[in-house]
Design a protein around this ligand. Sequence first.
Ligand code: EPU
Length: 418
Amino acid sequence: MEKLIIEGPSKLKGTVEISGSKNSSLPILAATALFGEEYTIKNVPRISDVHTMLLLLETLGAEFSFYSNDVHIDTRKISKWEAPYDLVKTMRASVVIWGALLGRFGKAKISLPGGCAIGDRPVDQHLKGFRALGHDTEIVSGYLESFTSNNTGGSYRFEIKTVTGTENLILASIFAKSETVLYNCASEPEVLDLINFLSSLGAKITKTGGTIKIVPVSSLSKQNEPYCVIPDRIEAGTFLALASLPGNDIEITKCAPDDLVSAIEAAESVGSVVKLGDNSISTHPADDLNSISLDTGPYPLFPTDLQAQFMSVLILAGGTSKIVENVFPNRFIHVAELRKLGAKISLDANIASIVGVRGLTRASMQASDLRASASLLIGALSASGRSEIHRVYHLDRGYESIDNKLESLGAKIWRKNE
Ligand code: EPU
């Protein structure tokens, strides 16, 4: 196991390029299982979650190569429809294979994903949606076993907006016998990216606000040209949080500012002057940060996936900031670790109150999940002295070469075996 060592405080300066989106790559790769063909997907980040998804597809019978950031995958020989416990337990997002397998084979067996460090993560909406569309699903010995009794299409209104739930129901409906309409769908840019990928292959999907209509097709077409996934808005938002800290001077490039409006507003509210280009964000941070209030919510509201990183900024702001976590109410596991640096944070149910401090000092911290790890990294970069972050594999699940990117901005950061 590796740990990260960070010598702070760092003044970061320069340009950073954003990688392709994790949460787009995973459903798009899963979607290649829906119809046996050859696909090339570009701008795929080299992160461990992507490797897990490729391993899952290989287990099902796919063949792939992954050079640089291009995945070439052949899914013609996929013949299995079971996502085993070992893979689903390492990556919850494996659940997006469920809709693809149901769409292709009319049956799927998926290990029931449990909760994780960010909280209880039910899949009841996937299940109710599948049932409403004619896919019977039972839980048997820890597995979700689905088979299609009558894939006539139909309609389902999500009781709560869910990203992978929306993606799963879209995937299962492409080859239905008649039209499917889904209401109250998630509108995250990654859902749109999946729709764009499927549409590029001839799927007939329209999205109007939260309503998605799928007119069935009998097959998908051969890919004419490689599909390029969108930039990772959460990686860009993580660098935006860093860029909002006094003394840093970071230009974020190869990103999609339009997908980051709420995070850009948060950076401006803490005092940064933010300049937007077509694919870039430049930030001039304030010398003294303002305290602010943030409420997380489904897109386009402030993303839960950036809550921890912005908390690491607010711990240095003047006054008291407030964060209300509305998506995963217990997603505060980073708080106890940030306190080790000297942060003053109190919790009351899903609300964090953060009293700004003037400086942070070094600590040894334990990463617990992907975004929490990023917040510890931001905290350690601000703290004086040599900090350590253990269990760095959490960070490697979703950030491509983050230590190299930070080093090129001037951070003193290196890895060491535990
Ligand atoms: N929910 C239910 N029932 C369901 C599904 C979801 O109650 O059947 C609830 C969840 O408990 C949560 C809310 O709905 O309160 C939203 O959860 P959602 O289903 O949208 O989450 P997800 O699809 O499992 C994706 C991202 C997460 C991100 C969330 C929220 C992927 C692969 N994962 O998860 O990303 O936090 O949406 O935006 O797209 C990350 O990248 O670090 C990460 C955790």
